[in-house]
Design a protein around this ligand. Sequence first.
Ligand code: SF4
Ligand code: SF4
Length: 318
Amino acid sequence: MDNQQLASIYKDILALRWEPVAVRLLRPSEAIPAGVTEPTATLRHCQAIIAARRGWSLYMPPRRHACPDGAAIMGLIPMPPKLQSGELYLLFKKLPTLECARKMIAVRPCFPAGSYEATLVAPLSKANFEADVVIFTLWPEQAMWLCCAQSYNSGERQGFNTSGYNSTCADLTVQPMQTGKMNISFGCYGSRAASDISDFELYLSLPAAQLEIVARSLQKLAQKSIPEARHKIYMPPVMEKVGVQKKNTLDVPAIQINIDAANCLGEGLCADFCPYGVFVMEEQDGRPVPIVKNPERCTACYTCVGQCPAGVIQVLQQ
Ligand code: SF4
Ligand code: SF4
């Protein structure tokens, strides 16, 4: 798959507001690819990513990096002494002691100075270079689906590494490059103050080598799980009654299950999906229909209601 195809899979399935951003750290002596522009203004790495998600393809040598912390973390320049010592974090009142600042700096993902010569950023669909990572701007539900897609083939849990400091440089660029693993970041003091990421958005960065396999998993999830969850098919119609006190609070809530058997398709999804075996399929008038055999087991999870293709099951709580 090429970058254009990958970008449209992610954009369409997740309903992304913003184009994913391809990021590459230019190796020493590597040629500058065609199609990228050196901006006239200096930008922070987080601001360059915001510009890229709006369509810009940028070549960012150290002279165009406005944030020395970010440029040094990505190995473009040496870390300025006041940032290296941690004293600036105290002046900004972001950390309480030098000891704490030094610890945060020591464990932060970082490349040695001189490792790279520039950063390249571009909207994924237009990226004319091989990305190291791809950065997504997401709301939490979209990030959840990318986590599911990442776990889809391996069954592995995802772990994230962030401190709330140095988001787009350390968390989203260096960390996934060093580990080869997806990372989530919620932004940082600098990126929240200096870019237009909204309060309900977060970032997720994927090593570019995993872009295609995660896209394929996402396509599988889009066949059933994603539309079902987005349609909230298990949302019970009883939310307004949740706080109503019953006369006898020890009463188990009475649950009534109604099936419009005349319109039932008889394929038995209700019986298959019910986690408690409430239904049994039986022949009636020469066709299979679900019988509510064990109503006392029902917990009103609404799985059968959500899965029934004919919409003929009603689960009522009195
Ligand atoms: S899922 Fe619905 S249509 Fe299918 S057997 Fe059950 S009640 Fe009938
Ligand atoms: S609501 Fe849940 S527990 Fe009750 S019958 Fe349907 S699937 Fe089974």
